[in-house]
Every structure is written in C-alpha cells, then in structure tokens.
Design a protein around this ligand. Structure first.
Ligand code: SAM
Length: 430
C-alpha cells in the first residue's frame, strides 16, 4: 500500500450523518502523503496527517469496497516519529503546501525510501541497485520558487496563499517557513502593493536568484501599474504579467550560468538541485566524445553538466523561452536546442536515422510513456531518467526493460523536505 497507485475514494462534502469511526494503527506513509492503515475489517484506509506507528481515532469520509478515506479526529497514542509541526498553518489550517511536517526527518526519509523501493520493486528484483536516499536540503527555508493563488471573496476579503489539503479552498498564507527569505520579503511587498487591486482569482509566481534577486509573474486581474512599481522593491528585479507587459529584468540568475523566469520550471530547492546534478553527472560519466540527447531540458539546468566532455548535446524543450529571457538557451557548441514535444522530436530523429550514445530525460510527473519507443529506436547505450514520480518512473522503466534496457542504478533524493515529494535519478543500460 505504500507504493501502489490506488484510485483513492474522493472525500465527499461532509454529510450530516458522520461516517463510521474507529481506531486505526498507521502502518506506513503512502505516495502522495497520506498515512495508511487497515480498518477493523482489514480494509486499506488512507488518512492525512497520520504518522507510521500512530494509533488514531478516525472517521470515514469516503469509501469503496476495498479502500476508504478517513479524517483524523484524535491522536490516541502518538508514534515515536510524530513531532511538533514547525508551521501553525499545517495542523490549524491544514495547509496543502506540506504533507509531513508532523513526521521526524528520519521518518520522512524512511518513508521516501520505502515508497521508491516499493514502486521500483520489479526493477530491484531484476538487479537494479537502489542507493540510500540522500537528503541535501535544509528542513525549512529551502524553497526558491513558489506559486501562490489569490481569491477575492464575495465578502470583499482577499486570500493569497495555498489550497487547503485535499480541497480548492484557499487559505491565506502570510508567512511560509519553506520560502527562502528573499521570497518571503517579495511576497510581503506583493501583498502591500497589489492586495487592494486584486480581483477574482489569480496567481503570483516568484523565483529567487542565487544573489537573492527575485522575479515575479502575475496572472489575474489586478492593477497593472502597481505591478510595475514592484521593480526595485524588496529585492524584486523584474515583473511579468501573463500575456502582457514585463518590467525590469526578464529573468534572474538562478545559479551561475542558469537563468529562470518566475513562470517557468525550476527545481524548487538549491541543495536538492545540486544533488540531482551530482547524480546525473555520476551516472552519465564519462561523456567524453558522446552524442547526448537531453529531453525536457527546461532552462538548461542539466545541460550545463551534460555539455562537459560531450561531442554534442541536442537539448529538447517544449516551452522554450525566448533567448533573451534565458541565455542558457543559446545554441553554443556543443549544445543545439530544439523546441518541441519530446516524443515528436525523438520520432523525427529516429526517422532520420540519428543515433545517440546517451539519452537523458527529465519529464513532468506524468512521465514519458509516449517517448519510450522512439528513445529505443535511437539505440543509446545508456538512458538516464530523472523522475519526480516513482510510479511513472516504474511504468516507463518497465517499458524500457521490455525493450532491452536493464535498470542499473537509482539514486533517490529528498529535494523537498516536509512534503511527500521524492526525486529519483535512474540509469538503464542496453
Ligand atoms: C521536470 S521539468 C525539468 C526541466 C529541467 N530538466 C530542469 O532540470 O530544470 C520538465 C520539463 O519538461 C518540459 N516538458 C513537459 N512536457 C514536455 C513534452 N511533451 N516535450 C518536451 N518538453 C516537455 C516542461 O516544460 C519542463 O521544462
């Protein structure tokens, strides 16, 4: 139950009649963050905010024949892994930004390792060496990129923050201990300048560069003139409005040689990203003289490492930003950028008879099922897969294994402490 992707029953709006109540012992933390145990009839029951070993009083809020979803009513006997959450919004407001603030760092690490091991058990059985999880990020203050929502209520009040866990109810987040201090300051400035003019619903995205400079992207109805006045305030160097104007810098230098805008992907933690790059470097070495195909290249984060020693790197990204917004996208030997859908570009390359020594892919959570057949046709000796979802990694690795690629080594990385997220870098060899 820690690794299988169950279709969990959705929590129905709370009915007048309460569901069954019972005591539940928590066995494990599941992918996605819920705790899981078995009800008195042996039925698998998911409950948010439980910790392995807890004895809880819970109430069922949604059920199917084999699965149930429950709410925590009371902790009867806490687990040794249960700790005081550092943020008051975690238990009080049930903020959905974090799932595991109530679990010790060791408990979180053990759960992430177990989730990865469970998802990859077929690969492990066929010889995959699964390394112990590394936890490079500090427990708090690691977030350099954030996406917050706003909603103007009918009462006239405004919430800027995150969704309550398991719902689309927005809770106001004044301070978030996950944010790097630069983002915290920028958020305060955004509130001060824009709050009175924010209408309907919208989004504030922010990214902090390595010197603390911040880029902000706003989408939704608010005072555009007010957006412009943010530049120069609280470390904000540039602001962009979706489908519209932009003022000041169009990107920040996220890390030396890597530029990012607030509205494009960036790994949220610096230390986590460094660990991903180190794992990719280790698992792709030696690249001397190699032809490398990099899929899902984003702003060129991994490209910086892959280009070292390689004869050529073809970097493919669907949402390639304009070069002036991301100097990393310049076509400088040995890197050649291609804008487009990964599966389509892979098929084109394969149809043209191209061959690569190494393919590196870093897809979104949904994985890269549609690109697998094309990658196999390119006949690389090695494939390195960076994944943020062990379940889709397992699915794609199984498809690659069926096509002759043996899962060789995998490194799990805890890039986002206090959350259920885990990254895995896996190498497969032909
Ligand atoms: C997890 S991010 C990785 C980005 C980059 N490798 C990094 O380390 O920052 C996934 C990237 O894949 C891109 N992407 C998503 N679907 C894609 C597709 N079908 N074809 C090409 N790129 C895609 C996204 O725009 C995003 O930049």
């Amino acid at each position: 139950v820690t690794h299988r992707r169950h279709r969990r029953p959705r929590a129905a709006p709370r009915a007048a009649a309460p569901g069954p109540r019972f005591e539940l012992t928590i066995d494990a933390l599941a992918a996605g963050g819920d705790a899981v145990g078995r009800d008195p009839d042996g039925r698998v029951t998911f409950v948010p905010r439980g910790a392995p070993g807890d004895r809880l009083l819970v109430e069922v809020v949604a059920e199917q024949r084999r699965l149930a979803r429950a709410e925590l009513l009371a902790v009867i006997a806490p687990s040794a892994e249960r700790v005081e959450p550092p943020c008051p919004l975690f238990l009080g407001e049930r903020c959905g930004g974090c799932q595991w603030q109530h679990v010790s760092a060791a408990g979180q690490a053990a759960a992430k390792q177990a989730i990865v091991a469970g998802a990859l058990r077929a690969a492990v059985a066929s010889g995959l060496r699964l390394e112990p999880l590394v936890s490079p990020a500090p427990p708090l203050g690691w977030r350099r990129r954030a996406r917050l929502h706003w909603r103007r209520h009918e009462s006239g009040g405004l919430a800027i923050g995150l969704f309550r866990q398991g719902s689309h109810e927005l809770i106001d987040v004044d301070r978030c201990p996950q944010l790097e201090p630069a983002l915290d300051a920028a958020l305060t400035a955004v509130r001060r300048r824009l709050e009175p003019s924010m209408r309907g619903e919208g989004e504030v995205q922010m990214v902090a560069g390595h010197r603390g400079e911040v880029h902000v992207a706003i989408s939704g109805r608010c005072d555009v003139g007010g957006c412009a006045t943010l530049v120069g305030v609280a470390g904000i160097v540039g602001v962009a409005v979706r489908f519209g104007d932009s003022w000041g810098a169009r990107a920040v230098e996220l890390e030396p040689g890597l530029f990012a805008r607030a509205d494009t992907f960036a790994q949220p933690s610096r230390a986590g990203n460094a660990a991903i790059i180190a794992a990719v470097e280790g698992l792709t070495a030696p690249r001397v003289g190699a032809r490398v195909l990099e899929l899902h290249a984003g702003s060129g984060n991994l490209t910086r490492a892959l280009r070292r020693g390689a004869a050529e790197v073809v970097a493919v990204e669907r949402d390639a930003p304009p070069p002036d917004a991301a100097p990393g996208h310049a076509n400088e030997a040995p890197v050649r950028w291609r804008s487009g859908d990964a599966a389509t570009v892979v098929d084109e390359l394969a149809a043209a008879g191209e061959r690569f020594d190494l393919v590196v892919l870093d897809p979104p959570r949904t994985g890269a099922a549609d690109a697998i057949a094309g990658i196999v046709r390119l006949a690389p000796a090695a494939i390195v897969y960076v994944s943020c979802d062990p379940a889709t990694l397992a699915r794609d690795a199984a498809a690659l294994a069926a096509a002759g690629y043996r899962p060789d080594r995998a490194q799990p990385i805890d890039t986002m402490p206090q959350t259920a997220h885990v990254e895995v870098v896996m190498r497969l060899l032909r």
